[in-house]
Write a protein that binds this ligand. Structure first.
Ligand code: HEC
Length: 201
């Protein structure tokens, strides 16, 4: 054992275990092991590098699919959209701006179609007018003859006009224009008033 060890030249970097068991055969097996290890090790490193590159490419792709706010045209669009809410109104110019914003909102709401555009007065009444006209809330006339005795003689056209434009009666009770829903068309209000008049008993 000792003699073998002495015969073996000291190789720098070789491990003690290798020196101790060294004979021609084990040395070859050992260096084969090193080569195999090196091969596997570089394969693992290579695989990890591939994974890293893959992750970088994937992250790059994900970043590309996400929406970016850098487009100035889009930014302007968003700002225009939130302007009435996000802007600060102060003083008399602010008052005018608020009025303009309210008008714009009203016009936008008016452009929409209420209750699917139905001209069935019972549906519209059931969705909106009933809130006041079934309970008599705020002094609204219920669908009873007594409540309408003084109103019907005005004629249907006036009732319709009052329902469309809004109306404050002699007692100071207020009928909001279109029942408070500007999305209703004039024709829808007219149909509803006609339906209401037909229901009065
Ligand atoms: C927020 C409550 C409210 C809602 C909702 C409402 N009304 Fe009225 N309505 C009133 C009040 C209050 C009066 C009575 C005003 C008065 O003193 O003459 C009235 C009166 C009326 C009159 C009689 C007007 C006149 O000249 O005497 C008609 C017609 C009418 N409403 C139709 C409708 C229709 C149609 C709807 C649904 C689209 C509706 N109302 C929804 C509160 C409401």
């Amino acid at each position: 054992m000792r003699g073998e060890r002495l015969r073996q030249p000291r190789l720098p970097g070789k491990r003690l275990a290798f020196e101790r068991h060294s004979s021609e055969g084990t040395a070859t097996v050992q260096s084969n092991h090193d080569i195999v290890f090196l091969k596997h090790f570089s394969m693992v490193i290579g695989a990890l590098v591939c994974v890293a590159i893959g992750l970088i490419l994937f992250a790059n792709y994900l970043y590309g699919t996400a929406p970016h706010d850098s487009d100035p045209a889009k930014q302007a669009q968003v700002e225009a959209r939130i302007a009435p809410v996000g802007a600060v109104y102060a003083g008399s110019t602010g008052k005018a701006a608020m009025a303009a914003a309210a008008d714009a909102a009203k016009a936008a709401a008016g452009a929409q179609v209420a209750y699917g555009g139905t001209l069935d007065g019972s549906v519209i009444f059931g969705q909106l007018c009933t809130g006041c006209h079934s309970s008599g809330a705020n002094g609204a006339p219920k669908l009873e003859k007594a409540a309408w005795a003084a109103r019907l003689p005005q004629g249907e056209a006036t009732l319709i006009k009052h329902a469309i434009d809004g109306y404050t009666g002699p007692d100071g009770n207020h009928m909001p224009a279109k029942g408070g829903n500007p999305a209703l068309s004039d024709a829808q209000v007219e149909a509803t008033v006609k339906w209401m008049v037909g229901q009065i008993k």
